[in-house]
Design a protein around this ligand. Structure first.
Ligand code: CP
Length: 314
């Protein structure tokens, strides 16, 4: 494929190939091995129309580790402020002949639209409540490393599912890998029609976490609640915040995940988040660099092959 816009179009084989490639990068990083500069001579532009710490930093590091020329667009001080549209901004940057564009945007579908207008490879760094494919891939790699497999696991995704692109991409990926998926949260934070997707839905943490191998917590995404129901943080923590008592419902060796940024004392207790025997939150961040290296490398290879075919008139 030319772009990485979501998990939806990916097959099991493609996901495993990407994770295998990322695994090599992760091991090399751990061992202090300098990677081959497979993106040398290529230009990567990062366009983040929404706040980010992990995704933006790791895409930048990933590109630099592979030798790309990386440019971070400061969207807040760009000509968007003067009324230029997303598409005109993309066409302007496209004219500068980048090879890879990484985009985060608050509107679902905005990254797909942009990808249709440019000649380079586009990577979705999160669009609205639609998809966050590299997050799901780094979560998958983290689970595979912690559990030794990525299938037949009982995985509980808890909290604000309705507004979460992380939940959506994870459901798609982990579902393709034949896991048992359980969604836990208040009905007001569940997307409509979710039970038709072959997942189990629970309102109580006790029921939802029973026997889980993986407990994935999500942030309350108030910025996407559009004036709708926003639960009180105290009440929410009492019913859904992951503390030692609730974690005890899961398997004894269950791992705790959170994509970040986390709100301690709202969806997760700080001591659980910091417990290195249970929490793999820092590993998720570490795997983010490896997964983004693998994804950009793969798209750059595809681009090179497509250009070679074009030059030969195939
Ligand atoms: N998980 C995630 O996307 O984090 P950032 O918003 O910090 O990039």
């Amino acid at each position: 494929a030319r772009h990485l816009l979501g998990i939806e179009p990916l097959g099991q084989d493609e996901i495993v190939a990407l994770l295998d490639r990322a695994e090599i990068h992760a091991n090399e990083m751990r061992d202090g091995v300098t990677p081959e500069r497979r993106l040398a001579g290529l230009t990567q532009i990062n366009m983040f129309f929404e706040a980010s710490t992990r995704t933006q930093a790791s895409f930048e590091l990933a590109g630099k580790r592979l030798g790309a020329d990386v440019m971070n667009m400061a969207m807040g001080s760009s000509s968007l402020k003067k009324g230029e549209t997303l598409i005109d901004t993309a066409l302007t940057l496209n004219a500068m002949r980048p090879d890879l564009i990484v985009v985060r945007h608050p509107h679902s579908g905005a990254v797909d639209l942009l990808a249709q207008k440019v000649n380079c490879a586009v990577l979705n760094a999160g669009d609205g409540r639609h998809e966050h494919p590299t997050q799901a891939l780094l979560d998958a790699l983290t689970i595979r490393r912690a559990k030794g497999r990525l299938h037949r696991l009982s995985i509980a995704i808890c909290g604000d599912i309705a507004h979460s692109r992380v939940a959506r991409s994870n459901l798609l990926l982990l579902g393709k890998m034949e896991n048992r998926l359980r969604l836990v949260g208040p009905p007001t934070l569940m997307p409509p029609g979710i039970s038709e997707l072959g997942v189990e839905v629970f309102e109580s943490m006790e029921e939802g976490l029973k026997g889980a191998d993986v407990v994935m917590m999500l942030r309350l995404q108030k910025e996407r609640m559009d004036g709708g129901y926003i639960p009180s943080e105290r009440e929410y923590y009492h019913r859904y915040g992951l503390d030692a008592e609730k974690l005890a419902y899961a398997k004894d060796d269950a791992i705790v995940m959170h994509p970040g940024p986390m709100n301690r004392g709202v969806e997760i207790d700080g001591t659980i988040a910091d417990d290195i025997n249970r929490s793999v939150i820092q590993t998720q961040v570490e795997m983010g660099v490896a997964v983004r290296m693998a994804a950009m490398e793969l798209l750059a290879e595809n681009l090179k092959q497509a250009n070679a075919r074009g030059a030969e008139g195939i």
